[in-house]
Design a protein around this ligand. Structure first.
Ligand SMILES: [Zn+2]
Length: 116
């Protein structure tokens, strides 16, 4: 996994609008709790992109090719006070006095197509 130094702003890959950490949380939809990542929609144009959290930091990332899972951070910002917790069904994020939770997207289930 490659990482950049914090400091870049988050940016929509579609319209290039700057995305603030709070906007990335408010636009969140589904998550991948195991990698502390979620999918969020741009507040300006509605295009989605991947975000993830680390302690007091938020990053935007792209998935790299198979055999993965591997990813590369394209943008990172510091997010003082940001904390998160992973559980199997949700990614929970606390930031700016608010709590967000994004339901896990079960890729394994979709790929397998059968109950185990
Ligand atoms: Zn956009």
């Amino acid at each position: 996994m490659k990482e950049r130094a914090p400091g870049d702003s988050l940016e929509c890959p579609g319209c290039r609008a700057a995305i603030r950490p709070l906007q990335a949380l408010q636009g969140g939809t589904v998550s991948w709790p195991q990698m502390a990542g979620w999918w969020a929609l741009c507040p300006a144009c509605g295009r989605g992109s991947h975000f993830r959290v680390e302690r007091e930091k938020m990053a935007q990332y792209v998935i790299l090719g198979a055999p993965g899972p591997d990813w590369e951070h394209t943008h990172e910002v510091s997010a003082p006070g940001l904390t998160f917790r992973r559980d199997p069904a949700f990614l929970h994020v606390w930031f700016d006095g608010r709590h967000f939770e994004f339901p896990a997207r079960d890729d394994r289930h979709e790929l397998a197509g059968v109950e185990s």
